[in-house]
Design a protein around this ligand. Structure first.
Ligand code: SF4
Ligand code: SF4
Length: 167
């Protein structure tokens, strides 16, 4: 069993917008074909094209277009996958870190929902920005406290993502 088989079906953090807000197309990608597969592309930085996450082709567990996935997706191995493939970490140890990160991401999503940011189709970072920049509703006694909890939960999640997945 490969590292991908052991880890990725239990994870999905690089497809559900927890790790990335979008994915840039590379020169060898075929935008017309990707549009046919259901991607909504947008212009990024003037010349590049990208699609937003959560990815339209992610079913919550697996990539639905795995054989035809864009170049960037093919090239990405997170830090945990690299370490498992290199024999530097066991798959079980990596899975524990995945479970922890997913629980932390779910806590962030729960707080966002409580604060009224319920648009699950937007990237997590955008939802966080929207929730924190909205005017405070002083009629809700818990709102300031929930914002504080959200800030802390996002900070802790980002620390784990940076440490375990992005290096
Ligand atoms: S973040 Fe890593 S383990 Fe998770 S799905 Fe992506 S490549 Fe697989
Ligand atoms: S195309 Fe597949 S691998 Fe790439 S982000 Fe979407 S679900 Fe993930």
């Amino acid at each position: 069993m490969t590292g991908i088989d052991q880890l990725c079906p239990n994870c999905g953090l690089c497809c559900d917008s927890t790790l990335f807000a979008d994915v840039e197309l590379q020169r060898s990608d075929d935008p017309a074909q990707l549009k046919k597969l259901g991607f909504k592309l947008f212009k990024k930085g003037g010349t590049k094209q990208a699609f937003s996450q959560p990815c339209a082709c992610f079913d919550g567990k697996l990539c639905q277009i795995y054989a035809e996935r864009p170049k960037r997706c093919r090239a990405f191995d997170c830090g945990l996958l690299k370490r498992v493939n290199a024999g530097e970490m066991t798959a079980n140890a990596a899975l524990k870190k995945i479970i922890d990160a997913k629980q932390r991401a779910e806590k962030v999503r729960g707080l966002l929902r409580s604060l009224g940011q319920k648009t699950e189709t937007l990237p997590l970072t955008q939802r966080y920005g929207d929730a924190m920049s909205a005017p405070i509703d002083f009629s809700k006694p818990d709102e300031a406290e929930q914002r504080g909890e959200l800030m802390l939960a996002v900070h802790e999640l980002m620390q784990r993502l940076e440490r375990d997945f992005l290096r």
